[in-house]
Design a protein around this ligand. Structure first.
Ligand SMILES: C[S@@+](CC[C@H](N)C(=O)[O-])C[C@H]1O[C@@H](n2cnc3c(N)ncnc32)[C@H](O)[C@@H]1O
Length: 221
């Protein structure tokens, strides 16, 4: 029997595969070449999770994406491509500047060379609203409180590395479940034990936890 996460992923993929599938090789190439150029050994977000983020941003028409942890920008590149199709933009922050974001995306991807709390405070001062968060670094409690202030009523929250017993995505899940003001009106979609095979060649969603407002779920569950 399919899990709720598998059902959601497969429905999203059926609806938006046409634009995502041709993009996946470019995303993988950026991941590999950007890290190789600077001899970076640390992990960048892999294609199954980038694909899942793309589908969420695209299907739920997200227009103001906020990312914690740019690193080489693989996930920013993928979510940026999705939000561009929605007429939106993305802000990503990292206290370390790896300078890997592609020039061609700089019209819609804004990089803030600062930590998560400074970045959220900057957006708050600008009067910004955010409708999608991807945390690829553990969010702090202060950040969750800022997300409570800046987040749209239908904010979607996602976190990478939901790996038991307590990788950073699990900590993000715990923090958001306890401190996010609208948590009780949302449903978590947690990763299955294996990535979801949507075609013989393509896997989507490996270790990203997604919290989606119930009011958005309608046709997708
Ligand atoms: C796993 S990497 C992110 C990978 C990225 N999503 C990608 O696709 O390349 C985590 C990043 O979080 C950054 N980081 C560390 N502390 C941070 C903080 N307080 N706020 C924002 N980013 C932080 C690290 O410098 C690192 O580059």
């Amino acid at each position: 029997m399919k899990t709720a996460t598998e059902r959601l992923v497969k429905r999203l993929f059926e609806a938006y595969a046409d634009k995502l599938v041709p993009r996946l090789p470019t995303v993988h190439k950026h991941n590999v070449t950007a890290r190789a150029r600077y001899s970076l050994e640390g992990g960048s977000t892999g294609n199954p999770d980038c694909g899942f983020l793309y589908l969420l941003v695209r299907a739920f028409d997200r227009k103001s994406v906020f990312e914690i942890g740019t690193y080489v920008g693989t996930s920013a590149l993928c979510m940026g491509a999705a939000t561009r199709l929605n007429g939106g933009h993305l802000v990503t922050c990292d206290p370390e500047n790896y300078e890997c974001l592609p020039e061609a995306q700089k019209d819609i991807i804004r990089y803030l060379h600062m930590d998560q709390e400074q970045a959220l405070l900057t957006l708050k001062q600008e009067g910004a609203e955010i409708d999608f968060v991807f945390a690829d670094w553990q969010p702090s409690l202060a950040s969750v409180e800022l997300i409570n202030e800046l987040g749209s009523r239908d904010l979607i929250f996602t976190a990478h590395d939901y790996v038991l017993p307590r990788d950073k995505g699990v900590v993000a899940y715990e923090l958001m479940s306890e401190h996010y003001v609208r948590a009780k009106d949302c449903t978590w979609f947690l990763p299955d034990e294996q990535p979801i095979q949507v075609t013989p060649e393509i896997q989507i969603q490996q270790c990203t936890a997604a919290m989606i407002p119930n009011e958005l779920l309608g046709q997708w569950v």
